[in-house]
Design a protein around this ligand. Sequence first.
Ligand SMILES: Cc1cc2nc3c(=O)[nH]c(=O)nc-3n(C[C@H](O)[C@H](O)[C@H](O)COP(=O)(O)OP(=O)(O)OC[C@H]3O[C@@H](n4cnc5c(N)ncnc54)[C@H](O)[C@@H]3O)c2cc1C
Length: 347
Amino acid sequence: MQNIYDITIVGGGPAGLYSSFYSGLRGMKTKIIEFQPKLGGKVQIYPEKMIWDVGGMRPTLGQDFVKELVQQGLTFDPTVCLNTKVEYIEKIDGLFVITTNSGMKHVSKAVILANGGGIISPIKLDIQGAEKFEMTNLHYTVQHLERFSGKHILISGGGNAAIDWAVELLEVAASVKVIYRKEQLSAHEAQVQAFIKGGGQIFLNASIQSLVANNERTCIKEVVIETGYEKVTIAVDDVLINHGYNRESSFEFAADLQPKLKDDYYYVGTGRGKLSVDGLFAAGDIISYEGKINLLVGAFQDAVNAVNSVKKYLEPSAYEHAMVSSHNDVFKERNKELLQEKLVKML
Ligand SMILES: Cc1cc2nc3c(=O)[nH]c(=O)nc-3n(C[C@H](O)[C@H](O)[C@H](O)COP(=O)(O)OP(=O)(O)OC[C@H]3O[C@@H](n4cnc5c(N)ncnc54)[C@H](O)[C@@H]3O)c2cc1C
C-alpha cells in the first residue's frame, strides 16, 4: 500500500520550504519533491548576494538565508525527495498520483505546486571537453568570494550577474577581465563604470575560442579569445561563465487536470493559492494573480495561503488559519529548549 500524504509540495525553493513549515504547523503529513540535489530553489544561484528586503531580517547572504530557510522548512520532519523530478500528475480514485523521473509514484490528497522558475541550470560553455575543468577552475557560479582571492580571473558574459560578479571579485582577485560577444555590455551602467574604475578590463565582440590545459591536464592555464580581428591568449587562474540559464519547464498533467495558464507557463490562481483544478494549489513565483509579488516575502505569503486552502479542502470544518506561532502550543517544548539554550549562552 502506497504511503499517502496530505500535501505533496513540488519544488523545494522558498515557497516550497515555507509551505512545508506551515503545513507541519497545521498538522498535515507533508512531502517535498525537489529536482536539485539541494533545497533552496533559485536562491542557490545567488549565494554571495546580500538579501535586504525580507521583513525583520538583517541583510543576509543568499547562502545563509538558504540555511535558515531549509532548517525552518524541516521543522516538522517532512519527507524530502531530492534529485527527483516530477514528470506527470494525474488523479486516480480521488488521489493525486505524481510520477517522477525514476518511475516512482507518490500519492497525495492535495498538491502544492511550488516549482517557481522551473528547473534552472546554467548554459554551459560550448567547447568540447570543457566539462572536465568544472572540478577545478571552470565555474558557473560564485559560491565563495574568498575562493578567488589573489587569482587572475576571466569572466565570460556581459549581463547583470556577470558584471556584479566582476565588481565583487575586483575586491579580492589579483585581476579580473570580462569578455562579451556583443558590442556593448548589457549590465547596469553604474556597475559597468564601477568595474572600469576598479581596474577591470573588458574585451567586447569577443568570445572564448579554446581552453589551454596545464601539463597535467587538470585545469585551465590559458584561454584563447577571438575578438573578430585577432586572437588573444590570456593566462588565468579561474574562468567564470555567465551565459544565462536554461529553464526547463516542469511537468505534464493528465488532460482533465491541466490548470489554467498565463503566458503558457504561470498558473492562473487566486490570492488564496487556489487553481482552476480542485485539489491543486500553488505558491511562489509560479502562481499568477492580481497583486502577486515575485519576491521572497510574496512566496511566504503564498505558502501560508496555499496551505490554509489545502487544510480547508481536506477538512472543511478546520479553522481558516493556524494559531499564531507565538501562542501556539505546537512549539511549547521547543520554546523551552530554545530559552534554555539562550540562558546557557548568556551565562
Ligand atoms: C538573481 C536573483 C536575485 C534575487 N534577489 C532577491 C532578493 O534580493 N529579494 C527577494 O525577495 N527576492 C529575490 N529574488 C526572487 C526570489 O529568489 C524568488 O522570488 C524566489 O526564489 C521564488 O521562490 P519559489 O520557491 O517560488 O521558486 P524557486 O526559487 O524558483 O524554486 C522552485 C524550485 O522548484 C524546483 N522544481 C521545478 N520543477 C520541478 C520538477 N519538475 N520536479 C521537482 N522540482 C522542481 C526547482 O528545482 C526549484 O528548486 C531574486 C531572484 C533572482 C533570480
